[in-house]
Design a protein around this ligand. Structure first.
Ligand code: C2E
Ligand code: CA
Ligand code: CA
Length: 579
């Protein structure tokens, strides 16, 4: 006989039947059973939450309720224990239904005997354990042994269901290693993997056993803090996590200095559904990332407002595409030496039906988040190419640069999208350029490199946008086929003095570019002093309010014809731009 008694929950509202079962189980030669009797539906549904039994023996008829309801409930809470149903009548249809609803077995009541129960219970427990093991394996992250995204979500749902009953609070913590990509790229994937494993085990050790830890993506980890009493509780734990994970990490022969960014959402304050809480923790993480490495951020009212705005914008964006509410503006790019327009950057605007013009800074991030950027990007590309075509028909044409977000690059059909457009509008080499941010180059590997080479072969220029604000690695400049570097406007203008904000940075970017044989475009040139300094530093091309704000296609066309006649284009009138 087994030493440990098998714990059973017998849900049976008929006392005589219960006694029969109890006697049968007591007669077992092979096992000893420890039975808890429950005689009504609501107590039973309560009991399923308490994980203190090995199997459930359930009577199909429970007063006004049926065992089916409990089976369904067990499925919702993902009960890991088998439920064996006792049926009164012999009905194959009912048996089939029960199995479909997740019953481990069914036993006609009149056949109940010690040996039948023994066999059924033992098989049911073994099967459930095997099932559980396989499911666990499938849902583990093989690298760190932690749970993956699916299991984390499931775990949260369970914890939420529990917390709703007990009134407990939960915290969902998202964390992400700062600059992990750099480590991976410079020291190799092997070191990256070892680091992730180390971080995973540190994280596991830092939190309580009852807190669930998962790795849900590359360098993104999540922790579910169960049963927390206050926000300051969470703050303490999060600070501890941050401290522990930022300790020097010995990996192979390196000691790596790392920091983590953290975002937190709370149950029930920030939401009552697992994916909603995860989305909010992710938003908070994004926010702390944007505030600099190594910080943490709670999901706040301010983020809530932004989320709601975002949802509203997303809804409107979907119709904006159909209703043709977007418009491309064009900002001239100037040769500071000759004062001639040498090209344009296409910048999207959204003309809402109520007459307001929405800035891309407001809606592009939303479009990126919801994926609409792929369609919007296609529209931008098409419109810019058509513009080039029309200008060429008119006999006055200059190159146009189009902004492409990292998300568009990841889209499989991107290369084809561009090449089709170029063919359709017979874009001659040198007339179309795409602007990519450093972020786009960081996130993608050899596939991107091949795509960019294909674009270059087709005569399309490639520029790095906002250079210096991202990871600014020499390596990207060397590894990717590029034509131009655009110095971010934050280095050029923005402070009270009329000169360049960060002359040392602009100078080094310009000399870096010259060394690599790349052309430089300075953005955000607003004063004659900035222009003069940039020229002295060796920069020739610029964009900025000193010359022109972004203008409509009509204005751009007239600027082109003027600049054909005199090298110095007329200054834009203040009404031409949108700023
Ligand atoms: P960006 O690519 O860095 O574009 C330059 C931004 O600087 C533009 O803002 C432009 O109007 C502004 N700007 C130009 N000269 C000056 C200046 O002298 N001083 C100042 N303070 N600002 C100047 P805009 O048009 O609001 O666009 C904002 C951002 O939205 C762009 O930044 C770009 O990242 C994104 N964006 C715009 N159009 C598109 C598009 O078609 N597709 C994608 N994916 N992103 C776009
Ligand atoms: Ca740009
Ligand atoms: Ca830029």
């Amino acid at each position: 006989m087994n030493a440990m008694p098998i714990r059973g929950l017998v849900i049976e509202d008929d006392l005589a039947d219960y006694i029969l079962i109890q006697e049968s189980l007591a007669k077992s030669q092979r096992f000893s059973y420890q039975i808890r009797h429950i005689d009504d539906f609501s107590k039973a549904s309560e009991a399923l939450y308490q994980d203190d039994f090995d199997f459930v023996l359930l009577d199909y008829f429970l007063g006004a309720h049926s065992g089916l309801e409990l089976l369904q409930q067990a499925r919702v809470i993902q009960l890991q224990r088998p439920i064996i149903v006792m049926t009164g009548s012999n009905s194959p249809e009912l048996d089939e239904l029960l199995m479909k609803e997740g019953a481990a077995d069914f036993i006609p009541k009149e056949e109940v005997s010690a040996s039948l129960l023994d066999r059924s219970i033992r098989h049911a427990i073994e099967r459930k354990q095997a099932e559980h093991k396989i499911a666990e394996l499938v849902r583990r992250d093989p690298l760190t042994g932690l749970g993956n995204r699916n299991i984390f979500e499931e775990h949260m749902e369970l914890a939420i269901a529990r917390a709703e009953r007990t009134g407990n609070r939960l915290a969902v913590v998202f964390l992400d290693l700062d600059r992990f990509k750099d480590i991976n790229d410079s020291l190799g994937h092997h070191v990256g993997d070892l680091l992730l494993t180390l971080i995973g085990s540190r994280l596991r050790r830092t939190v309580r056993n009852s807190d669930f830890v998962a790795r849900i993506g590359g360098d993104e980890f999540t922790v579910l803090l169960d049963n927390i009493s206050s926000e300051s509780d969470v703050t303490q734990i999060v600070e501890k996590i941050s401290r522990e994970l930022s300790r020097p990490a010995p990996v192979n022969n390196n000691t790596l200095d790392i920091t983590v960014s953290i975002g937190i959402a709370l149950f029930p304050e920030n939401g009552k559904v697992a994916i909603e809480l995860m989305q909010k923790a992710d938003m908070a993480l994004y926010e702390s990332k944007s505030r600099g490495a190594g910080s943490y951020h709670f999901f706040t009212d301010y983020l809530q407002a932004r989320l709601i705005d975002g949802l509203e914008i997303e809804k409107e964006l979907r119709t904006a595409l159909q209703k043709d509410e977007f418009e491309l503006y064009y900002q001239p790019q100037m040769d500071m030496n000759t004062e001639a327009i040498v090209g344009f950057e296409a910048l999207i605007r959204w003309n809402k039906p109520d007459g307001t013009i929405v800035s891309p800074d407001v809606f592009i991030p939303v479009a990126v988040r919801c994926g609409l950027i792929v369609q919007i990007g296609e529209w931008v590309l098409e419109t810019a190419c058509r513009q080039i075509y029309n200008w060429r028909q008119d006999g006055n044409v200059k190159p146009i640069s189009v902004n492409v977000s990292p998300r568009q690059l990841k889209y499989q059909g991107f290369l084809e999208q561009v090449l089709t457009c170029v063919q359709r509008y017979q874009i001659a080499p040198g007339l179309l350029e795409i602007e990519l941010t450093e972020e786009a180059l960081i996130e993608s590997g050899p596939v991107l490199s091949a795509a960019l080479t294909a674009l270059q072969k087709a005569g399309i220029g490639i520029a790095i946008d906002d250079f210096g604000t991202g990871y600014s690695s020499m390596r990207y400049l060397r590894d990717f086929p590029l034509d131009r570097i655009k110095i971010d406007k934050s280095f050029v203008s923005g402070h009270d003095a009329p000169g360049i904000c960060e002359p040392a940075i602009t100078r080094s970017i310009i000399s870096l570019a010259q060394g690599l044989g790349l052309e430089v475009v300075a953005e955000g040139v607003e004063t004659v002093e900035q222009k003069a300094e940039l020229q002295l530093q060796g920069c020739r091309i610029c964009q900025g309010y000193l010359y022109y704000k972004p203008v409509t296609a009509t204005v751009a066309k007239s600027l082109l014809s003027v600049s054909m006649n005199s090298p110095r284009g007329a200054k834009s009138d203040s009404g031409a731009g949108t700023e």
